[in-house]
Design a protein around this ligand. Structure first.
Ligand SMILES: [Zn+2]
Length: 151
């Protein structure tokens, strides 16, 4: 077997296309022939580079596919947001507004009640002060004139 045939076998071997029974011949020759060993190394190196490039290409491709999926997801989310609201959402919102209005009405009533209590207390104390003032006035007026002059 000459070196040209071996080089063909090397390329078949690298491509995983060499029949198993021929591998024995190939490796026997490679063990004996330095030139073919170099050829084997060179083809192996080239094959590895091709594989790495293919990997990079496929990674790049995957990245692009994922990006486009992300874009699709985004547009899906955007579509969902701009989608007209279903009827039940309006009902729920209406119910929530009614509940909030009801509770704020109760709150307002209790606030008004507190305000009334405060106003009543204030008016009561004003009345009391007026009463005390009038009592004081009556008392002072009922005092003898001489004693008032001392003040
Ligand atoms: Zn050789």
């Amino acid at each position: 077997m000459n070196c040209d045939e071996i080089k063909m076998m090397i390329s078949d071997y690298i491509d995983n296309e060499l029949q198993k029974e021929k591998e024995g011949y190939l490796f026997t020759h490679l063990a004996a022939c330095g030139e073919c060993r170099e050829e084997f190394k060179e083809q192996n190196r080239i094959q590895n580079e091709v594989r790495i490039n293919q990997k990079e290409v496929s990674e790049e491709f995957e990245k692009r596919v994922f990006n486009s999926i992300g874009e699709k997801r985004k547009t899906f989310a955007q579509r969902w947001i701009t989608k007209p609201t279903p009827v039940y959402v309006n009902y729920v919102l209406g119910l929530v507004i009614i509940v909030i209005t009801f509770f704020s009405f109760i709150q307002l009533n209790s606030l008004r009640y507190d305000l009334n209590v405060f106003r009543q207390r204030y008016e009561a104390s004003i009345r009391q002060m007026n009463y005390q003032a009038s009592q004081m006035y009556l008392m002072m007026n009922s005092m003898p004139a001489v004693e008032i002059k001392q003040y």
